[in-house]
Design a protein around this ligand. Sequence first.
Ligand SMILES: [Zn+2]
Length: 114
Amino acid sequence: MTRTSRLLCVLYGVASLWLAFITVQQAKYGGIAAACLFAFASVTGVIAVVREFELADERRATAALRAKRREGSAVRPQPSAPQVVLVELPVDCCERWWTALGADHDPACSRQHR
Ligand SMILES: [Zn+2]
């Protein structure tokens, strides 16, 4: 949970407690409709705190998944240069193709118009 999330949780908690106090005061000295309204508002602060915890869990899970993927890609063996050459390069190509790094072919090459 980030520092901002913790600060928001504290603010939500204080607001909920304050609204709960106002709910009690309204129930004693005011109208019941206003007391119900303040009670509902007090509950929304609790919902916000729960939501902040859910977001923190989701962020933590996402960060763990990213770290796992990064770790997995680092461990995966990379093909060696000769393997890449054997897979990527055709063996029966022209001289110009080799010297042009695959950008061009000799006019007589069988791969000229591909
Ligand atoms: Zn060629």
